[in-house]
Design a protein around this ligand. Structure first.
Ligand SMILES: NC(=O)c1ccc[n+]([C@@H]2O[C@H](COP(=O)([O-])OP(=O)(O)OC[C@H]3O[C@@H](n4cnc5c(N)ncnc54)[C@H](O)[C@@H]3O)[C@@H](O)[C@H]2O)c1
Length: 342
């Protein structure tokens, strides 16, 4: 079968490609514009094309040539906190780029799409979030993800293809972009320490999240593409154990300084909460357990240790702020971005 993975040079997409190739028996195609991913993540056994999915005509041409039967859509501007300051980019790179991929795919023989959504769509409702909760977006990124989900449901009903929606939460691990100052909290903490700088915590650090090590996400996610019983379903994938950001900071610091002697200059500093930041966001995984046999195998401590080991092989990275700047440079821009503190 011909399978297309979008965001194939990104963190999660590159693992999807590797797993599909390891399964064997399929032709695996990958696209990515390399805005957030790395060419070094691309599996050489896949057919990779550098392609910006916002380019409607080029995407249509590409899909017409490849004619994928199964699409794993992961390409995204996955910056929830920044999306309030780049709402146009968040819509173009998330919602529009998805439609530009989905519509020609349907035209040219799509059988199933795996939609990578996000826990962010639950907004500020009471955690743990269950899949039957209505989307109540608190940010522009979540609006785009909810629009992707709803559009898929409607188009699938009208045009007759299968789909599954997966809502991951805070996935981390080796290959994650370390130099993005706008997202990936664990990567930011690690990269700051490797650069011999303190990191910043927004608010009082009591926000709660559950963190998913990549190996506790990827195999289940790939399986959703092949399993018929998940067709038409929405599934949260990830652990249920929640941590505060302060607890996460402690785990990262302990990994760097196991003897507990943290240099004063490297202790975290606190800044006001980012606009629209949700205080408690973690999910129920009952559905993933029953439908996919989901099991959490990697603790936060072990996962962070593995990521730090990998990050040290990469070495300290400079943080890359958007060259073109934010779309909305208002007084609400967090100081870390306004003053390039990282
Ligand atoms: N990492 C998480 O914690 C998390 C949580 C929830 C949902 N997700 C979703 O999972 C997916 C993968 O996230 P990730 O963490 O691997 O992010 P990532 O940034 O590593 O991967 C996304 C990839 O999409 C590519 N991309 C962006 N715009 C593009 C465009 N216009 N055309 C082609 N390629 C484009 C980027 O270059 C990048 O390689 C995304 O859809 C994201 O929204 C991630």
């Amino acid at each position: 079968m011909k399978i297309l993975v979008t965001g194939a040079a990104g963190f999660m997409g590159s693992y999807v490609v590797d797993t599909l190739i390891a399964r064997g028996g399929h032709e695996v195609y990958g696209v990515d514009d390399l805005s957030g991913g790395y060419e070094s993540n691309v599996n050489p056994a896949s057919h990779f094309t550098k392609l910006d999915l916002r380019q409607k005509k080029e995407v249509e041409q590409y899909i017409a040539n490849v004619r994928p039967e199964l699409v794993y859509h992961l390409a995204a501007d996955a910056t929830e906190g920044r999306s309030q300051f780049t709402p146009i980019s968040a819509t173009e790179r998330n919602y529009l780029a998805y439609l530009y991929t989905l519509v020609p795919s349907i035209k040219y023989g799509l059988k199933k799409v795996v939609v990578t959504s996000s826990m962010s769509i639950y907004g500020a409702q009471k955690s743990p979030f269950t899949e039957d909760m209505k989307p109540m977006a608190e940010d522009i990124y979540a609006i785009a993800k909810a629009a992707m989900e709803e559009s898929t449901k409607i188009l699938a009903k009208v045009h007759g293809f299968n789909y599954v929606v997966v809502r991951p939460h805070n996935v981390y691990g080796p290959r994650q972009n370390l130099s993005d100052p706008y997202r990936n909290v664990i990567g930011i903490f690690i990269n700051c320490l490797m650069n011999n700088k303190n990191f910043y915590i927004y608010g009082d650090g009591n926000q709660k999240r559950a963190f998913t090590y990549i190996d506790d996400f990827n195999p289940y996610f790939v399986e959703t593409g092949f399993s018929d019983k998940v067709n038409g379903e929405i599934i949260n994938i990830g652990p249920t154990q929640e941590y505060t950001i302060n607890e996460l900071a402690e785990v990262v610091l302990q990994t760097f300084f196991p003897d507990g002697n943290i240099p004063i200059a490297l202790k975290p500093k606190y800044l006001p909460l980012r606009p629209q930041e949700v205080m408690e966001a973690y999910c129920s995984n009952d559905k993933a357990v029953s439908m996919l046999g989901y099991k959490t195998s990697t603790s936060l401590k072990d996962g962070v240790a593995k990521m730090v080991t990998w990050a040290k092989t990469m070495g300290p990275q400079p943080f890359h702020y958007l060259e073109e700047g934010l779309e909305l440079e208002t007084s609400e821009v967090p100081a870390t971005w306004k003053n390039k503190l990282l």
